[in-house]
Design a protein around this ligand. Structure first.
Ligand code: E4P
Length: 218
């Protein structure tokens, strides 16, 4: 499973990338707003940090304008992945960009039929939003499972990018169901390493080691 980080916070991206944990980054207009930075400037910096795809979202609603924005975004760096909304114009733009060899991420997916359309439009990634479905009392993980089945039935190459992840359990469940990628907020990604028995075990080993008076390497 690939790990993307869902943020436009450059400091967080640098830290996680240095740990060797990052396969890519996703941003959206809200995350750019939160960063307080210019979209072109911050996206360029992110693209210089990570090798994998960096999703940058168009904000136009009609096809022609989406393509104009995509042309601007793809000039930022080779690893830009154009993020498009799950609308008819977004799907049309996805088809055109895919034909031009541009990586695409179709976002705001809340149903299996929407995911089917994105795959037919040739999307590189489909982003089903787990947390936002859970928020309205619909099991977001069921959607990941449905999309997995449909894509496997027809051999679609579009990668399932589990998005709107809120908890470490979301990551585990998405991995069990077969999502190809999870885009995870920085704090949740770091929390994956935590287990109280790991902390307790380490404490015990270090206490016993101190009693030996030894030092590795001298
Ligand atoms: C996906 O690419 C989105 O940026 C993101 O996962 C949305 O998550 P949210 O529902 O927590 O805003």
């Amino acid at each position: 499973m690939k790990f993307f980080v869902d943020t436009a916070d450059v400091a967080e991206i640098r830290e996680l990338n240095a740990l060797g944990l990052l396969d890519g980054v996703t941003t959206n207009p809200s995350l750019i707003m939160k960063s307080g930075r210019d979209i072109m400037e911050v996206t360029k910096e992110i693209c210089s940090i990570v090798e994998g795809p960096v999703s940058a979202e168009v904000t136009a609603l009609d096809y022609d304008e989406m393509l104009k924005e995509a042309a601007v975004l793809t000039k930022i760096a080779d690893n830009i992945c154009v993020k498009l909304p799950l609308t008819l114009d977004g799907l049309k733009a996805c088809k055109a960009l895919t034909a031009d060899g541009v990586k695409t991420n179709v976002t705001l997916c809340f149903s299996a039929n929407q995911a089917l359309l994105a795959a037919k439009a040739g999307a590189t990634f489909i982003s089903p939003f787990i947390g936002r479905l859970d928020d309205i009392h619909i099991n977001g993980m069921d959607l990941i499972g449905e999309i997995r089945t449909i894509y496997d039935n027809y051999g679609f190459q579009t990668e399932i990018l589990a998005a709107s992840i809120r908890t470490v359990n979301h990551v585990k469940e998405a991995a069990l169901i077969g999502a190809d990628v999870a885009t995870i907020p920085p704090a949740t990604l770091k929390a994956l390493v935590k287990h109280p028995l790991t902390d307790k075990g380490l404490e015990g080993f270090l206490a016993d080691w101190a009693k030996t008076g030894q030092k590795i390497g001298g």
